[in-house]
Design a protein around this ligand. Sequence first.
Ligand code: FAD
Ligand code: AMP
Length: 475
Amino acid sequence: MSRSFDVIVIGAGPAGYVAAIRAAQHGKSVACIDEWKNKDGRNAFGGTCLNAGCIPSKALLESSELYHRAEHEFEKHGIRTGGLEMDVAAMQKRRAGIVRQLTGGIAGLFKAAKVEGLVGHGKLLKGKKVEFTSVEGEREIVSADHVILASGSEPIELPVAKFDGERIIDSWDTLELDAVPETLGVVGAGVVGLELGSVWSRLGSKVTVLEALEDFLYMADRDVAKLAAAEFRKQGIDIKLGATVGKATAGKGGVAVEYEDGNGAQSLEVDKLVVAVGRRPVTNDLFAEDAGIQLDERGFIAVDDECRTRVKGVYAIGDCVRGPMLAHKGSEEGVMVADLIAGETAEMNYAVIPSVLYTNPEIAWAGKTEEEVKAGGRPYKTGQFPFMASGRAKAMENTSGFVKIVSSKDDDEILGVHIVGPMAGELISEAVLALEFNASTEDVQRTIHAHPSLAEAVHEAALAVDNRALNFPNR
Ligand code: FAD
Ligand code: AMP
């Protein structure tokens, strides 16, 4: 007799594995199928995020940041290191170790929650049946009351710069380089391109970023984008805007890149070229033609606000559906769907999803940019506080950047918070909570923040909205 479960999840990235655990917490019998294979041939749960995305990139950003600080900042603290050397192999060993620990952790979490982790390929068939093909090639038809598709995304390939895994590489290859390339080209100044460009630039690569758009970080507040671009350029990252790649030819010695910018045809020679122009949903061999699943016009699995597909009892979450391609967005969708399956009321607040770039300066925001508020026509006020005036930031030797708050003029509601500077990705949580609770600027003004802390900059920015900053002159 074929096995059956209350819930089958296809994909064990941050969307799928969280959905599986939450559904098991509701007392459901759950199986979670995943086929991810790492470059060493080992299967692992965790998807892109744990194996080739969020976690390994943060591990390398930390290592390279420490190296950079040792090189450029330690002397100011009175620390003499003598000769400084970067052991890339040791750095990569640490990165791989963190990934192994965390992905192994998911297997442990599955066991504890009694989720059946199935290693292999899953395909949705008609009638909420799932064809599971194990890594050994054995096929089994498993049935479920509910199926959650969480197949994630993969890098977009440019037809003019096809990946060869050696010279023209994707983000995963770039995370696993075993030596610092002398020169590195990055196509796409998005989150992934800038984080990976930062890693190898700090370790000594001459990095050139080619971005097709004229606007740097088009999705960020303009004040933030302006400061960030200036800081990255100061670090030696050459950012070329309005630059479209026409052709990239890989040879023995490197990659010849032809691109066009405002000044006409240009060329660039680099050792390696990272193509980081975005990701696309994985839907290949995920469902049978007659399973009833539809894709939207951009190739994502079509779902409603509650992640329901057109097939009753089948949901889709994470990078394979519309919305920002972020781990925490997928995880929250996983929680929502598991709760809905359990008969609870659940919803996602898509308006308040924090965005973070773990560069230096770190960049984070939640809610609307000043430009979006302005375009919406609602009268607004803004307040800014620079980290230069923060005692904690000074002590940390990390003072570039600011916190900016955009609030409505009519009822003082906070509409957007934009942070560029130290620990922006941590500080943004206060803003997310404020937005989630529809807090007013005054609520944050009257909240006591520890001294000396970076969070005081959030407090001061709230005060600055009403020209009441205490540690920086008001307008
Ligand atoms: P994925 O993590 O892609 O997982 C999907 C899983 O499903 C994979 O394991 C895949 O093998 C499996 N699968 C697919 N189809 C099948 C099938 N038919 N059968 C079996 N298994 C299948 N996001 C952040 O929020 N913060 C960050 O700092 C961040 N940094 C990033 C850095 C990089 C370099 C990259 C590339 C991405 C980063 N992201 C970050 C994005 C983040 O990784 C994704 O948003 C997140 O992984 C999406 O989760 P998911 O569960 O939807 O899909
Ligand atoms: P993200 O989606 O955040 O990973 O960002 C991808 C970035 O790549 C965006 O800023 C795009 O504008 C940029 N991009 C997309 N296609 C090209 C291209 N052909 N050449 C240069 N940049 C590109």
